[in-house]
Design a protein around this ligand. Structure first.
Ligand code: CTP
Ligand code: CA
Length: 225
């Protein structure tokens, strides 16, 4: 943001950010998870603190150190993340869902470690749907004018899939990243386009995750009542 680095345009605002990736346990030692590092969500938290916001960071299984000045709530599963985000969102001006939330969780949790048996094929793992936190937030809006932002990683037809997802979720902004084998996951930089429910399209060049984060905050600030 260069010459605008002094802006404290989020002063007096409460923002909630989810980061990392949920883990859905099968038994006490195993889980279904994903490769999200939490870097983008943590960059959003750092930049929001720098811009003067009160920040609640709901962090799912990230190994990153707590960002200075943010309230960090640690969660494991999608159900726990939902509870923490909805609670913090009650008085939030903006909610940014940067976490990779598992779409499904194992239908059963084994309280003891699952063991293999000689000569027996493994049993299939039955899954059930997790709640869609972003869709619920977008429909709920506990605070009038609250701005809700989602993230989507797409491999094909990035813009078309992003537009359809934005409409389906009902959020105000959707940050769409193109991902492939070596793109984005765990990397320091990313390339993205931010789609607005108002039809706007803001491309963000390949660069540090802080730059994308600051663009997201610019777009959020311009939508705050
Ligand atoms: N998300 C969520 N709750 C879920 C799944 C996703 O809140 N159960 C949020 C993510 O945090 C992200 C956005 O929704 O901000 C988009 O996630 P994505 O996985 O791309 O969307 P899905 O609707 O799950 O679509 P897909 O079938 O492509 O995975
Ligand atoms: Ca998903």
């Amino acid at each position: 943001r260069g010459d605008r680095a002094q802006d404290r345009d989020l002063a007096g605002r409460h923002v909630v950010i989810s980061a990392g990736g949920t883990r859905e346990p099968l038994d006490p030692v195993r889980f279904l998870g994903n490769r999200s590092s939490g870097k983008q969500g943590y960059a959003l938290a750092r930049t929001a603190v720098a811009r003067g916001a009160r920040v609640t960071l709901v962090s799912a299984n990230s190994a990153l150190p707590d960002p200075a000045g943010a309230d960090v709530v640690r969660v494991g599963t999608a159900v726990q993340l939902r509870e923490a985000v909805l609670k913090a969102a009650a008085d939030a001006d903006a909610v940014v869902m940067a976490a990779a939330v598992a779409d499904f969780r194992p239908a059963e949790y084994a309280t003891g470690k699952i063991k293999k048996k000689d000569g027996e094929d493994p049993a299939p793992i039955a899954l059930v749907r997790n709640p869609d936190v972003l869709a619920e937030l977008s429909a709920g809006r506990p605070r009038p004018g609250q701005v809700v932002v989602g993230f989507a990683a797409e491999t094909d037809d990035v813009l078309a899939n992003g537009r359809a997802k934005l409409a389906r979720k009902g959020c105000d902004l959707l940050v769409v990243n193109e991902v492939g084998e070596r793109l984005t996951f765990g990397e320091e930089s990313s390339e993205a386009v931010v789609l607005g429910a108002d039809g706007s399209e803001t491309p963000v060049a390949h660069g540090p995750k802080e730059a994308l984060a600051d663009t997201v905050w610019d777009l959020v600030v311009s939508r705050l009542p």
